[in-house]
Design a protein around this ligand. Structure first.
Ligand SMILES: [Fe+2]
Length: 296
């Protein structure tokens, strides 16, 4: 039984208020009151999808992977334990904080913090964007996609594939980012939904524990309007507007307060996995996505 989708992410931030302003004023997310004193950002009918809590560092706190039901949840815990992965069961207060029926915490072989959950609760209230974003593409496809560092790429890839049931989408190799550095490699994987990838593993380390988070809107005009807001606010870009080869995403990458990159895009490819063969590629972009030198 495979992971169904990315359901939520937790972020640790030295300045949650700045994240709140970035999320609502620039990305068009809806800031809502949550069960704790963190920042809760809603993007659809789920109570919230991004939880930002104050912390000593700016980094990924957890990625919340959803499985379909209680049986799949128990099966997944058993699979993690059989693979020798320590699993910590979440308590009631933690389940309330996440608005889930039950969850547990673990780490992948690269040390990335992950949670498995089932039963999202408090679903149903409408999303209303403060920046007139019509909607985000979520539903069965979940929150979006996330890319995390995994210098032990092969071992981490095998964990997601063999233990959590992810499938391969694309294995991308790119030239070294600087002389003397290793080649870059990004392994793209899909969960049990049509989004081309819900997870990707990058072979170089990242101080924020997250290479980027992707949010998808329905139209290019909504991507452009967000880019205008980002540029007007003087927010640095990690990468300019461009289109990816593998998932066809037309997007740009903005750098949030604290340094986590957010990809904001549209037109992502949706796949019928019955008729798909995983690809191995060496070109990331059809056009654009010029990476900007950034001091993190
Ligand atoms: Fe991406």
């Amino acid at each position: 039984m495979a992971v169904a989708r990315l359901g939520y992410i937790g972020i640790s931030s030295q300045d949650p208020d700045a994240w709140n302003a970035f999320g609502s004023d620039l990305l068009g997310l809806m800031s809502v009151k949550g069960p704790g004193d963190g920042v809760y950002l809603k993007i659809d009918d789920h109570p919230y999808r991004i939880i930002v809590n104050k912390g000593a560092e700016d980094r990924l706190a957890c990625m919340g992977w959803e499985v379909e039901d209680a049986a799949a949840y128990e099966h997944t815990i058993a699979a993690l334990q059989a693979a020798g992965t320590p699993v910590e069961h979440g308590d009631d207060a933690g389940a309330v904080e996440r608005s889930v029926s039950a969850y547990c915490s673990a780490a992948d072989p690269a040390g990335n913090p992950l949670e498995i959950y089932h039963g999202r609760t408090n679903v149903g209230d409408a999303f209303e964007s403060p920046q007139a974003v019509s909607r985000f593409l979520t539903g069965d496809m979940g929150l979006g996609h996330i890319v995390v560092p995994a210098p032990n790429t092969d071992e981490t890839h095998a964990f997601y594939k063999d233990v959590l049931g992810f499938g391969d989408s694309d294995d991308l190799t790119l030239p070294p980012p600087a002389e003397g550095a290793p080649e870059m490699r990004v392994v793209f994987m899909h969960a049990a939904n049509p989004r081309h990838h819900s997870l990707a593993l990058f072979n170089l380390p990242n101080p924020t524990g997250i290479v980027h988070l992707m949010l998808e809107v329905p139209t290019i005009d909504e991507v452009g309007a967000c880019l205008d807001r980002i540029n007007r606010a003087g927010i640095p870009l990690l990468a300019t507007l461009g289109r990816h080869c593998n998932d066809n995403m037309l997007s740009f990458y903005a750098i949030s307060p604290g340094g986590i990159a957010v990809e904001y895009g549209c037109e992502g490819r949706q796949i019928d996995w019955q008729n798909f063969e995983a690809t191995k590629t060496t070109v990331a972009d059809v056009w654009g996505h010029e990476y900007q030198p950034v001091a993190v």
